[in-house]
Design a protein around this ligand. Structure first.
Ligand code: NAI
Ligand code: PYR
Ligand code: MG
Length: 536
């Protein structure tokens, strides 16, 4: 790290400690006179930061405040975030990051991350030299076409790459200098954005087909050249591109798609845990998915090996999973299918969503539609007719797009639902009983996967890694959490979750022959020593 002095030191977010610089440091680094008298510690600074944060009158103002804290003092930002995750994660990540992306061009202050656009074609590797860090291990890239459930937000989608990066650091212990948020700005089909004077991205329609693919190819290749140790996380791509890109690179390049694979793992973990609460056998479960996009398809495709590993044949496993789209239950008599959904089409009469619930009687209902209210009162009440404890997982983000709210799920099931949602809901009281809704979000998975891949230097990222991540996450739910119907561990333990997932990823990477150099025997200690702990 370059040794800085004076104002340059105070202006550098990685090295700045502000009022926490000691008397000797103030002397040594030319800071005397530049700071008020009192030397404070990080705890006191946190108190001030939290006080300022809590004075802000809206979440978007809190987001802006936190972002500028990150720009001023990285260690104080991450220490505060880690110590107050319940309060700060919803401001840095979903739901507030959704609003921040919508308003990105209007609240923009300072560049963060790396922007690539079609004019960079042929030069991506060389412009990556402009990135000021050299040991990049995590690249979170989006093209902004499907930001949460908010659709095409073009270059405003950079907010999501930045948000995921913050979670890698806070929840996974990856060093901030090792993370690179990227916006692959290929244009936007969002006319309103293109016409917005303040919009900062390329104001033209999206690249498609060869023009698009060749730019992504060049980007992926450039990362291999410039940052050969990096993992690429594809985030919030439109469904077809999400699958096409994953299929294109996963066998050659250290990459994964978070919406397909990370989401599948967190959902599978929730399903494993739910069977501990309902006392139903995992292999007896029937799963119904509303939506046939990246998240829902990824879940079905990871459920298959999970069911088979538990002893079911492929045919039986497939029969346990059903899809419902806007036309109703996906049945084999249809003329047109998405190729990945066809294997899950059942021999069944064409029925609508409600009839499908009634006829199939699923144990677990999962929403991945991006559509608010897609779980109607009737649908949830039906789930509660034949399930003592219906499992309802409303994955869609942000909160304004959730399939149903926590309160609705509990009310409509007389408090019997086992509920999780993609964005957090506050605790809710129904009569005497206090419910603490769990957050079913891939944030429980990707930071640990990233840490494990960094630790092992695994050449590729495989489905077995997501399977093991799901098992590890499920096993970390404590008996007292099971007791109150929570299917995920408390967020306050997310760093331990990431650590445990990372250790398991190292083991899988070794078993699958994806590791070149032998890893230390004591993986638990080894992985822990890699984790970034923000302190002065
Ligand atoms: N909780 C989490 O960790 C995650 C949540 N998500 C959320 O899940 C949602 C979907 O994400 P993707 O699958 O990537 O999007 P997608 O666009 O690939 O899929 C959405 C699917 O829902 C279908 N759909 C829309 N309205 C419907 C309705 N009323 N009934 C049945 N189907 C309907 C669409 O046809 C499409 O198949 C988003 O809101 C996203 O934020 C995505 C990834 C992770
Ligand atoms: C959580 C997430 O990845 C999404 O909603 O897209
Ligand atoms: Mg996503």
């Amino acid at each position: 790290m370059k040794l800085l002095r004076g104002k340059s030191l105070l202006d550098d977010p990685a090295q700045n400690k502000s009022t926490a610089f000691s008397r000797e440091e103030r002397n040594q680094f030319g800071l005397r006179g530049l700071l008020p008298y009192k030397v404070t510690d990080i705890k006191t600074q946190q108190e001030r930061a939290l006080g300022n944060l809590r004075r802000k009158s809206s979440d978007i103002e809190k987001y802006i405040f936190l972002n500028s804290l990150l720009e001023r003092n990285q260690r104080l930002f991450y220490r505060t975030m880690i110590d107050h995750l319940d309060e700060i994660m919803p401001l840095v990540y979903t739901p507030t990051v959704g609003e921040a992306c919508k308003q990105f061009a209007h609240i923009y202050r300072k560049p963060q991350g790396f922007y690539i656009n079609p004019e960079d074609r042929g030069e991506i590797a060389s412009i990556l030299d402009n990135w000021y860090e050299t040991d990049v291990r995590i690249v979170v890239v989006t093209d902004g076409e499907r930001i949460l459930g908010l659709g095409d937000l073009g270059a405003n989608g950079m907010g999501i790459s930045i948000g995921k990066t913050a979670l890698y650091v806070a929840c996974g212990g990856i060093h901030p200098t090792q993370c690179l948020p990227v916006m692959l700005d290929v244009g936007t089909n969002n006319q309103t954005l293109r016409e917005d004077l303040l919009y900062l991205g390329c104001p033209h329609p999206r690249l498609t087909e060869h023009a698009y693919l060749s730019l992504v190819d060049e980007f992926v290749q450039a990362i291999q050249t410039k940052f050969p140790n990096a993992l690429i996380q594809f985030e919030d791509f439109q469904s077809q591109n999400a699958f096409d890109l994953l299929d294109r690179y996963r066998k050659q390049v250290r990459c994964f798609n978070d919406d397909i694979q990370g989401t599948a793992a967190v959902t599978l973990a929730g399903i494993y845990t739910s069977s501990r609460i309902t006392r139903k056998s995992f292999t007896d479960l029937k799963i119904m998915l509303l939506g046939t996009g990246s998240a829902a398809t990824g879940i079905a495709e990871l459920m298959m090996p999970a069911f088979c590993a538990a002893g079911l044949s492929e045919d039986v496993a497939r029969s346990r999973i059903s899809f419902v789209d806007r036309q109703g239950l996906v049945v084999s008599s249809r003329e047109h299918f998405k190729p990945r959904i066809r294997p899950f089409a059942h021999d069944h009469a064409s029925v609508n969503f409600l009839e499908a619930i009634e006829s199939i009687q699923p144990d677990v209902l999962i929403g991945a539609t991006g559509v608010a209210g897609a779980f109607s009162e009737t649908a949830i009440r039906k789930m509660a007719q034949f399930n003592e404890r219906p499992v309802i997982i409303a994955l869609s983000n942000p909160t304004s797009h959730t399939e149903c709210t926590a309160e609705e799920a509990y009310r409509w099931t007389d408090g019997r639902a086992i509920f999780a949602s993609g964005s957090p809901f506050p605790s809710f009281r129904l009569g005497e009983k206090l419910f603490k809704p769990a957050q079913g979000n891939n944030a429980y998975i990707f930071p640990g996967v990233g840490l494990g891949v960094i630790a092992s230097r695994a050449r590729l990222i495989t489905d077995s890694m997501f399977l093991i991540a799901a098992r590890v996450l499920a096993n970390m739910v404590l008996p007292e959490e099971i007791e109150v119907g929570a299917i995920y561990p408390s967020l306050s333990r997310i760093r331990s979750v990431s650590h445990a997932i990372a250790v398991a990823i190292c083991q899988v990477a070794q078993q699958e022959g994806l590791v070149d150099d032998a890893l230390p025997q004591d993986l638990t200690t080894y992985v822990r020593t890699l984790m970034y702990e923000p302190n002065y």
